[in-house]
Design a protein around this ligand. Structure first.
Ligand SMILES: C[S@@+](CC[C@H](N)C(=O)[O-])C[C@H]1O[C@@H](n2cnc3c(N)ncnc32)[C@H](O)[C@@H]1O
Length: 387
């Protein structure tokens, strides 16, 4: 019988093979075009984890090459033998091509390029893609794909989930613009949060989405199947729901310059739609000089001090309105200067806190019984100070 770690590895391997839907890419890209119709004009776009046979990123950018005003589209794919999950047959597109090589097909990556109307039908589209095998396996970290990164202006893809940290570091090393999909948890990564805090990267329009991906397996859970069907996809055809997905980018878009419309603290205490706010107000943390705000829409717009807000704030964050000071939990909490909880709590209360959060610090509240209460994950923010 397979042991748990084998099953876990098999699942992780399959989770790297999720394919993004065309409509989701189109919706996100359109938001950048609304803000700046020239976002992609005269740009070289690189899709570094994308084979046109499966990737809707390649299909979308190839089909919209002229509308976006692209200069060059490059899409590279990863060799099947290098993938963790190896269920693959070469496509007719490849086998019927004079370039097909039976020895190379499983071990080499491929590059697909679009720059011109090759078939003379008067337009540049997916049928004009030219391809050849790469020297290596198409790993985005390989020297030849790094070279393509350096030639590109904008990198777009849904990278393998298991390599998200490395992928974002790879983009930042190349100092490139990008638009990529990732999990909501990524905001807590030590490679990601400092970039968010310093406004080098931000959330795209789509934030904390439940997406439908085409996967390498079926999800037979009824809730999954219902959701997938409600979006117009067939769960029997391996479409699955994945919650907590975000677009991450450093391309500008309109939403991030729209300040949140908020009420004063007084009005919130009286009229908030959230009972917790009306009844409990904005308690102060026991170990850090800030108030706890449990809903993004309840941030008081007249409060000048520091506030802890839910991660969902990031989907509404306008850097002209607020600044992000830090994160209220994990390794980042140390940088905040929050008082370690063993200096505040003792006895049963300290034991409870140790049970709640044994390894690292967090901002916390104390309830009416003197017991520590940990809010969910918090970003620490304050109103943008006028320069
Ligand atoms: C989450 S899938 C997304 C595919 C496609 N970008 C899409 O959204 O439809 C990630 C893809 O990256 C490939 N991949 C895994 N490791 C890679 C690496 N080191 N370099 C390039 N691609 C890799 C996987 O095999 C998989 O096909």
């Amino acid at each position: 019988m397979a042991n748990n770690s084998n099953l876990g590895a098999a699942k992780a391997a399959k989770n790297d093979e999720f394919y993004t839907q065309y409509a989701d890419i189109q919706k996100e890209v359109n938001a950048y075009l609304e803000y700046n119709p020239d976002t992609f004009r005269d740009k070289t776009v690189l899709l570094p984890c994308d084979d046109p046979e499966w990737s809707n990123f390649t299909r979308f950018f190839a089909q919209n090459f002229e509308r976006l005003g692209l200069k060059r589209l490059i899409s590279t794919s990863y060799a099947v033998e290098s993938k963790k999950y190896k269920d693959y047959e070469p496509t007719l597109f490849e086998t019927e091509s004079p370039l097909f090589d039976v020895d190379k097909t499983r071990i080499k990556g491929k590059i697909f390029e679009l720059t011109r109307d090759t078939n003379g039908n008067g337009r540049i589209d997916i049928d004009d893609l030219e391809w050849h095998y790469l020297e290596g396996d198409g790993d985005f970290r390989s020297p030849e794909v790094c070279e393509l990164r350096d030639e590109a202006d904008i990198i777009v893809t849904n990278p393998p989930f298991s390599l998200f940290r490395e992928f974002i570091a790879w983009i930042m090393d190349g100092k490139k613009q990008f638009l990529i999909l990732g999990n909501m948890n990524a905001i807590h990564y030590k490679e990601v949060f400092p970039l968010i805090q310093s406004n080098q990267i931000w959330s795209g329009i789509g934030f904390n989405l439940s997406m439908v991906y085409k996967a390498a397996y079926k999800n037979i859970l009824e809730a999954n199947q219902k959701f997938v069907r409600s979006k117009g996809y067939d769960p029997d055809d391996n479409y699955i729901k994945v919650p907590g997905v975000c677009w991450y980018t450093n391309l500008d878009h309109g939403r991030r310059h729209e300040p949140l419309k908020l009420m004063s603290m007084r009005d919130n205490l009286k009229y908030s739609k959230h009972k917790e706010i009306r009844e409990n107000g904005y308690p102060k943390y026991a170990n850090y000089d800030a108030i706890d705000v449990c809903y993004t829409d309840s941030i008081p717009d007249d409060y000048e001090g520091v506030m802890g807000v839910p991660d969902s704030f990031l989907g509404k964050y306008c850097p002209e309105q607020f600044e992000i000071i830090g994160m209220g939990s994990g390794e980042f909490c140390k940088g905040l200067g929050a008082i370690p909880y063993n200096m505040i709590l003792s006895g049963v209360a300290l034991q409870k806190m140790n049970d709640l959060r044994p390894n690292y610090g967090a901002v916390f509240l104390i309830d009416s019984n003197g017991m520590p209460k940990l809010p969910y994950s918090r970003l620490i923010i304050r109103k943008k100070q006028q320069q």
